[in-house]
Design a protein around this ligand. Structure first.
Ligand SMILES: Cc1cc2nc3c(=O)[nH]c(=O)nc-3n(C[C@H](O)[C@H](O)[C@H](O)COP(=O)(O)OP(=O)(O)OC[C@H]3O[C@@H](n4cnc5c(N)ncnc54)[C@H](O)[C@@H]3O)c2cc1C
Length: 438
């Protein structure tokens, strides 16, 4: 069998890329190991840039129909559980986008939307319950997991989108160095009060609870625990878990209690790595296969979508111009690598800020967050950088403002100043400029 582009892995990254290519009439085969939806929790928060990408792919109606919009993130610092709270709010509404908000959607629903849209195009082929076993040059050996029948697929380009454990990455001999953290997360979705519509991060100096409303009056939660504590916790009755949540957020009484069993609660082990190499000859890596990020800033899935979108546009242009020299693939890391590194850095910092259980750390965090909210430049930079719409690095000056050494800047940015901070078309797709494709 022959195809133009073979994508190994039908997660969010692989499906975004597959859909984009199918829309350019490129013959694309997405091979997915799983037979159907997975029960494993993964990323569910879509940042504004991802919403813009899905708009361009013609799936935004379905995404909005199945999603819950989050305009603001409330950051609530309790001196101790049950005490008076100190709040700050970070808002997406200041962003220069037609989507100045984020959106929560069930991971598997989003995959289904992308796959179903892809299947509207005759050049889109999706093979589930099939695993990519081996790569040899331009040939990929796939195996049906039920019949054990193997098949060879010959492909111009091979894209590794298999997530953290990647056959393509191994074939490319690309190493990643994993960084582990001193904490893990418990994560679970359960019913929420109707009025709970904003994202909430509730912390004391010792604990952290993230609450992200989903549609149908559900909420996805993440609760930070010290690494290794999961086994001890699981030995306790489930009511102990309910108590942890209710102490941090009394509104959840009557809701979190509906979780009847530890089996519903998933352990999430954060890690981070960023491979040096994204592309080798006719092979490329996207999403978690090439970078994994701490989930604190909700970036993992968005980074996979943004990879898929940039690489997709590049391959579309290569095919439409008939310029299939694999050296053209190098444009993809040129665009993505710096952006990914910056978002990983921000996520890592957020993780550090919440993961040391000492009073002075909690105090400093609270003070900086409150100043970040009030300092127009810091607030804007933070939201811009997590949104994926642009990149504006923080400076020492910003940190000194946040730390209280320098005064807060109250003047808001003009619309023109904001627009100048967004990625331009030529920054997203530099090969469309003078240098062009080979
Ligand atoms: C357990 C877990 C929990 C997470 N929770 C969060 C979260 O709460 N918030 C957040 O922002 N991010 C979270 N993330 C990160 C986020 O979900 C990922 O960054 C995002 O899903 C990456 O998308 P991807 O398409 O690159 O990879 P994946 O979503 O991992 O998809 C890869 C796909 O490839 C398939 N595959 C693997 N090997 C093969 C093969 N050899 N042949 C065929 N198919 C193959 C897999 O079955 C899978 O469907 C989580 C990740 C994990 C692993």
């Amino acid at each position: 069998m022959k195809t133009n582009v073979l994508i190994s892995g039908g997660g969010i990254g692989g499906l975004t890329l597959g859909l984009k290519l199918a829309q350019c009439n490129i013959d694309v085969t997405v091979v997915e190991r799983l037979p159907g939806p997975s029960s494993v929790y993964k990323g569910e928060l879509l940042q504004p840039k991802s919403l813009e990408i899905f708009d361009s792919l013609g799936v935004s109606d379905s995404v909005f129909k199945n999603g819950h919009i989050i305009s603001d993130l409330e950051l609530i610092e309790l001196k101790s559980a049950k005490s008076e709270a100190e709040n700050s709010t970070m808002s997406y509404s200041i962003l220069p986008s037609r989507y100045p908000y984020s959106l929560m959607i069930h991971h598997e629903t989003l995959k289904e939307i992308l796959r179903e849209k892809g299947e509207e195009y005759p050049s889109f082929h999706y093979q589930s319950n099939t695993v990519c076993k081996k790569i040899d040059g331009h040939t990929v050996i796939i195996e049906d997991r039920e019949t054990k029948e193997a098949q060879e697929i010959h492909s111009d380009f091979i894209i590794g989108a298999e997530g953290r454990s990647s056959v393509t990455r191994d074939y490319m001999e690309v190493d990643v160095k994993e960084k582990k953290y001193n904490h893990h997360f418990l994560t679970v979705t359960f019913p929420r009060p109707k009025e709970m519509v904003k994202g909430r991060i509730i912390s004391t100096y010792q604990s952290f609870l993230g609450l992200f409303p989903l549609p149908n009056d559900e909420v996805r939660s993440v609760y930070l625990i010290p690494a290794g504590e999961y086994k001890t916790l699981r030995k306790k009755p489930i009511s102990e878990f309910h108590k942890l949540y209710i102490q941090m957020c009394p509104d959840l009484d009557g809701y979190v209690n509906q979780i009847e069993d530890w089996k519903k609660i998933q352990l999430m082990v954060p890690q981070k790595y960023h491979a040096d190499t994204y592309v080798k000859d006719h092979l490329a890596l996207i999403g978690d296969a090439v970078h994994t990020v701490h989930p604190m800033a909700g970036e993992g899935m968005n980074m996979a979508i943004q990879d898929g979108s940039i690489l997709g546009e590049l391959l579309c242009d290569m095919y439409s111009a008939g310029k299939l020299d694999p050296a053209n693939l190098e444009w993809y890391p040129k665009v993505r690598k710096r952006r990914v590194a910056h978002q990983m850095h921000l996520s890592h910092l957020s993780a550090l800020v919440y993961s040391y259980p000492y009073r002075p750390v909690g105090w400093l965090r609270n003070k900086s967050l409150q100043r970040m909210e009030r300092d127009s430049i810091s607030h804007y930079k933070q939201m811009l950088n997590i949104s994926g719409l642009g990149m504006w690095r923080e400076t020492l000056y910003d940190r000194m403002v946040q730390g209280g050494v320098l005064p807060i800047r109250k003047d808001s940015l003009t619309e023109e100043e904001k627009s100048n901070t967004k990625f331009t078309e030529i920054q997203d797709y530099p090969w469309k400029g003078k240098e062009g494709l080979l």
